[in-house]
Design a protein around this ligand. Sequence first.
Ligand code: UT7
Length: 323
Amino acid sequence: MAIVSRIIGTGSHLPDKVLTNVELSKMVDTTDDWIIDRTGIRERRICKEGETTSVLALQAAENALEAAGITAQDIDQVIVATTTPDSTFPSTATKVQAMLGMDHGFAFDVQAVCSGFIFALSIADNAIRAGQSKRILVIGSEVFSRIIDWTDRTTCVLFGDGAGAVVVEAQEVADDQKVGILSTHLHSDGKLREILYCDGGPGSTATTGHVRMLGREVFRHAVTNLAAVANEALEANGLEAKDLDWLVPHQANKRILDGTAKKLGLREDQVVITLDRHANTSAASIPLALDEAVRDGRIKEGQYVLTEAMGGGLTWGSALIRW
Ligand code: UT7
């Protein structure tokens, strides 16, 4: 027998306020056509004052717990992947732990920018396989609108706010039963910091700073790294792309999503896309997309689901899941 991690519930939450491309074109020198053509984004959600990363995370977590049919009392670890924590410290995860009414277990944040959810899922999977935890809430939650330079048209059109969450549970299965999180694959290259970073921080400028990106450079690395890390996951499990049912990619740019799917030989309708309505929600984008595809019945038990992401660091990774 072996201990594996299975996702037993998903949840998500988006702020009510919608910001369309047309509205953005009144704020900076851009057009609806340019944004749709170059990115695939049509609109994004933006938090109102007081709506913070922990507020979004709590809603997503409660939805995931409800879907799993359990309560926060059944959870023994909370991981929040975020680049926009409510405070420099303590972690947003400990805040969510308290908001959930938990007086047991432990909680912490993970910072891997847009790859944050994959990194957090990997940590959760390892903790479960090692016997450290039985049920873990893995949340990706972001209020990227607060670290955007709203005068910079090269970045402000790309991002949105939101949160997604999954409940990961330890299950004992026969050694040859390949279910749950089959493997995770993480990478980073700190030498590439300058192509995607925040120009501030508590330990340097004592300010939050704003997102800065050399878009074309990031695009180039994304196309190469995402296909490579997707293939790495397939090879590690003796599978081929034709075995996959779904690709749930980090939602950064429709052209990157299409390019990765094409390299893998997947059909367009096998790729879960929320980018058009959510834009890039960083660590929240994969759990948001997972939740949508689980709730509308696309992702079903027994199917192979591949997720992948790349973000600032650079960081990148993948997770292959048999649902
Ligand atoms: O989640 C983290 C990972 N992030 C990513 O994966 C993002 C990767 N990069 C991208 O998605 C794309 O590079 C962008 C969407 C950011 C940019 O698209 P692009 O096709 O690479 O455009 P570009 O940067 O090469 O710019 C083309 C032109 C430039 O004008 P010139 O120099 O050719 O005259 C830009 O100034 O488009 C201009 N431009 C815009 N025009 C209208 C840049 N932003 C805008 C804009 N509206 N918002």
